[in-house]
Design a protein around this ligand. Structure first.
Ligand code: AMP
Ligand code: ZN
Length: 114
């Protein structure tokens, strides 16, 4: 996708503050962090929203969650706690239309979310 910000990051055209990568996913710091640890896990493959996931993407979504788990363990937030969030479309406030998992940690996170 030529005009997709996260595809540009995946292609290396925009350099993120990278914290972890695998063959399938990248993890980098959110440019506008909402917690002491706020990173985004993205697949290298372009998928616009959660609504566009196919059955064949199940493994990829699992890899995204496992990448988040890896960063949590490395940054020592496994016991204190953390939150994983995926926003979909307007009511959830999705602004970048390439799926991404927010990983937030390092402060008490209120519930319900805003
Ligand atoms: P969402 O609102 O769920 O679509 O989240 C998009 C996230 O991408 C926001 O938290 C933004 O702060 C973040 N973001 C936007 N541009 C960049 C960028 N160039 N590098 C890192 N994070 C970004
Ligand atoms: Zn994309």
């Amino acid at each position: 996708m030529d005009d997709c910000l996260f595809c540009k990051i995946a292609a290396g055209d925009i350099v993120p503050d990278l914290v972890y990568e695998t063959k399938s996913v990248l993890v980098f710091r959110d440019i506008n962090p909402q917690a002491p640890l706020h990173v985004l896990v993205i697949p290298r493959k372009h998928i616009s929203t959660l609504n566009d996931l196919a059955v064949d993407d199940a493994g990829l979504v699992g890899e995204m969650v496992l990448a988040a788990q890896h960063v949590v363990a490395r940054e020592d937030y496994a016991e204190s706690g953390y939150r994983l969030v995926m926003n979909c479309n307007g009511d959830a406030g999705q602004t970048v239309f390439h799926i991404h998992l927010h990983l937030l940690a390092g402060r008490p996170l209120t519930w319900p979310p805003g």
